[in-house]
Ligand binder design. Structure first.
Ligand SMILES: [Zn+2]
Length: 215
């Protein structure tokens, strides 16, 4: 038979064990919540900044393929700035997290640092070595498009390049002029607001489809 004292002792240690288990799950929850907030805060500028511009550029509505013109090039430069704005914006949760950790060990602070660092590392890591595909809005890609705008390819008599989802094609003869798939170009999206946000944020501006095969 268990003596009452032994029972009390084992009961107490059980309570203590349960308590530590609970505080552990609380810490994990805090960490995950902080990580998600900081991940979201660092990625959202890419969606928001090009869409809240003071004067909108004359672009065709989403999801129509835009012609390669001056408005498209200017819009791409604008989205590119928003893409890189994540670096200074992401430094804010990192600094906050560091301040929290310096004061006391904090799972929330640690989550803030991990979330933003994750986005920043993903941003500065190039996808390919090819200068046009290094980042979704690589300067090399913008130069290529500008070249097409300035010197339209003599594919047919009525050449008019448009940027379709999987590459730049001539609207008249359908010839592929540039095999680069189109990233999100910061237009108001025709899909539901939440779905649009999710798509842009999860893909981080990257194209939804692969580039067309060169013929
Ligand atoms: Zn053509």
């Amino acid at each position: 038979m268990i003596s009452p004292r032994a029972w009390t002792r084992s009961r107490l240690s059980f309570v203590a064990y349960e308590g530590s288990e609970m505080s552990f799950s609380v810490e994990i929850t805090r960490f995950v919540v902080a990580l998600s907030i900081s991940w979201f805060v660092t990625r959202i500028p890419l969606f928001l900044l090009p869409r809240i511009a003071l004067h909108e550029l004359p672009l065709v509505d989403h999801p129509t393929s835009p012609p390669v013109n001056e408005a498209l090039i200017l819009q791409l430069l604008r989205v590119r700035r928003a893409y890189w704005a994540s670096i200074p914006i992401g430094l804010v949760p990192i600094a906050l997290g560091l301040l929290m950790i310096i004061q006391s060990p904090s799972s929330f602070g640690f989550g803030l640092i991990v979330g933003a660092s994750w986005v920043l590392i993903a941003r500065i890591t190039p996808f390919t070595l090819n200068p046009t595909g290094r980042y979704p809005y690589a300067m090399g890609l913008i130069h290529e498009l500008n070249q097409i705008r300035l010197e339209p390819t003599p594919c047919c008599a009525d050449s008019s390049p448009i940027w379709e989802i999987d590459g730049v094609r001539c609207a008249s003869c359908n010839r592929l002029l540039l095999a680069e798939s189109r990233p999100d170009i910061g237009r108001r999206r025709s899909d539901k607001f939440l779905l649009g946000v999710m798509r842009v944020i999860l893909l981080d501006g990257r194209p939804f489809t692969d580039a067309a095969e060169e013929e």
